[in-house]
Structures are given as structure tokens and as C-alpha cells.
Design a binder for this molecule. Sequence first.
Ligand code: SF4
Length: 244
Amino acid sequence: MDMRQPSTTRRLMSLYRHLFRRFGPQRWWPAHTRFEVIVGAILTQNTAWANVTRAITAMRAGRLLTARGIDAAPHGRLARLIRSSGYYNMKAERLKQFTRFLLGRYGGSLQRMFRTELPKLRDELLAVSGIGEETADSILLYAGNRPIFVVDAYSRRVLERHGLISERTTYGKIQRLFMDHLPADATLYNEYHALLVAVGKEYCRRTPRCETCPLQYDLPKGITPSAEPTGRYSRQRRRSPRQR
Ligand code: SF4
């Protein structure tokens, strides 16, 4: 049975158009190579993007922005180079886990990796220690150009305040909401996610600025979003490029 709601499709597309009119193209993900996107996706947890940029610059200077470079580097050296990104010991281990997977399963070839069927590759990425749903989907969308929607704290907050989801809606259900009602288009998903981050950063903050927000028109009648309790999204908060 087709569970899609035409009204939800219209609403999601309208939100998208309003965001695009306000913010324009976001041109994510800022990186020189696909491998660098993946490194950024792993390093960006719980830190400002400026710190990730510093870590990536240090890795580049140390010739560690390749799977073989990371694999061969002593853990301590890698951790030192990515120190600015915070949790550097844990993140160094995550980078090593990912590159072991890439080298072992695909001979180090991202081209081969991204040729894998989407659900299968997503499962494989999720099986790598330290890669959760948001990181896996960021890798698939932004490095692989695969049509999968990335859900983050900002998309969750906007949708919840607009009555499209509840506080307990899972990552998977939010992702399905977008993917069941929008065309399977990587370019659209890329831009939509980046625009949600932009509106979250500028308007849909812990204390919302609805009066001037481009999405105010869509608020359910009689609903006035209030400031959310401190730390509500802190556990799943993960910063993406230009969030910051
Ligand atoms: S700031 Fe208000 S109008 Fe804008 S997205 Fe958030 S809840 Fe909606």
C-alpha cells in the first residue's frame, strides 16, 4: 500500500522552496576530495567545523589524507594531527576503523565502494565501529552522491516544531518522511539538508525566531514554538559544515 500523502509532499516541497529563496544554494560539502568528505564526516561530531578544518589541514600537511596514509600512521601521530577536532583519540581510532574497512573490503577504492547497492553499503558502513546513521548517510550522500536523506538535530527540531514529527520519532522514521515524499534525488537531498541547517542556525535556535523566519507561514495554527530545555538535543547534536 502506498503510504505517501500528497499534502505532505506539497508541504515539504514548499518548505524547501521557501528555504532556497531565503538562503540560496549552500554548496555542500566543502572538501577537495570524496575521501576528505568522509574524514570530515567522521571528525565533525561534537565540534565546530573550524576545528575540523584545522584537523584536515594538518592531516593534509602530514600526508595522511589517504586510506593508506591513515592505516600506516601510528595512532599517536594521527591523534596529534587531529587534536583540534576534540575527542582525538576516539576519532583517530574511528578513522583507522573506516580505512581498515575500505582497504579490506574494497582494496581502498571509493569508486568500488560507492558502486555497491545502497542498502547493502549503508549496512556495511553502520557495521564499522564509530559510524552511526548520520555519519553513514553523510558519507553516502555527500561523498557518494547517493540519494539518501541525512537527518540531524536541526531537521528534527524544525519538523517537530512544525508538527510533522513528535519528540520520540526515530531517525529512521524522519528519514522515511523525507524519502517517501520527495523524489529520490541526491542533489535535492543535499540542498534540503544544508538549508535546514541554515534555518536552524539562523532562526530555529533553542529559542526560535519565528517572527522573521521564512518558514513561519507553515506553523500550525495556534502553535507558538517555545524555547526548548537546555541540552535537549545535546546527545545527538552533530555539527555539519557551515553549521557553525
Ligand atoms: S524558527 Fe519558528 S518558523 Fe522558523 S523553522 Fe523554527 S519553528 Fe519554524
